[in-house]
Ligand binder design. Structure first.
Ligand SMILES: [Zn+2]
Length: 203
């Protein structure tokens, strides 16, 4: 699982899981449109079916869409067939709705096993984690908490995890606004996961 990338470039890849969501995904788009930054959304297929217009808005703004399964199942508790289904449905949906095949995957709960790894290989996915999992934005621990925990993980090539779906994400939105303005002052650029992987130092 890739949590960061070695690169001399001052870039970070910010990611948002569990959308698309008609409230919070649009707030995220607003933040990054203003600064022409790019991010990656790990979307749930079921939510894509409910909000195709949000998928379209994300696509139009040039962000990356990754696979986060169809129903947010804990894949390690499924047999191989069900695991395949969970990944396949969303893979097909992303291709149909965006015209581009997804190349990145994040397992729900960051929980994976051999089967999930071989599925990633089958679909040509890179499996993507994140460094700031201790920021716990999904538990709404407070804006300051999310900001401070995430700050500890900022370096060239960091992959950062937030959530734009399921429940009230207003703390996440506030925290991301603060972090983005700090990072801009420090000279960081915001790139998609695919862009970040291409900036990886090879030696
Ligand atoms: Zn999730």
């Amino acid at each position: 699982m890739i949590e960061h990338v070695e690169t001399p470039r001052k870039v970070v890849a910010i990611t948002f899981d569990d959308g698309p969501n008609p409230v919070y995904t649009l707030k995220v788009l607003d933040i990054f449109e203003k600064i022409a930054g790019k991010v990656t959304f790990f979307m749930i297929g079921r939510h894509m079916e409910e909000h195709p217009e949000i998928v379209e808005a994300v696509k139009l703004q040039g962000h990356e869409i990754g696979n986060h399964t169809y129903s947010h199942a804990r894949l390690t508790s499924l047999d191989e067939d069900d695991c395949l289904q969970e990944m396949e449905r969303t893979d097909a949906m992303i291709a149909a709705m965006t015209g581009r095949k997804a190349v990145v995957f994040r397992p729900p709960y960051l929980d994976y096993n051999e089967t999930v790894m071989s599925m990633c290989h089958h679909f040509g996915y890179k499996m993507i984690g994140a460094l700031n999992t201790d920021a716990l934005d999904w538990e709404q621990p407070g804006v300051d908490y999310i900001v401070q925990k995430t700050r500890n993980h900022i370096k060239n090539g960091s992959i950062l995890l937030f959530h734009d779906g399921f429940g009230d994400r207003s703390q996440t939105i506030q925290a991301v606004k603060i972090l983005v303005s700090e990072l801009r002052l420090q000279g960081y650029e915001f790139v998609t996961i695919s862009e970040l992987l291409q900036l990886q130092t090879m030696d």
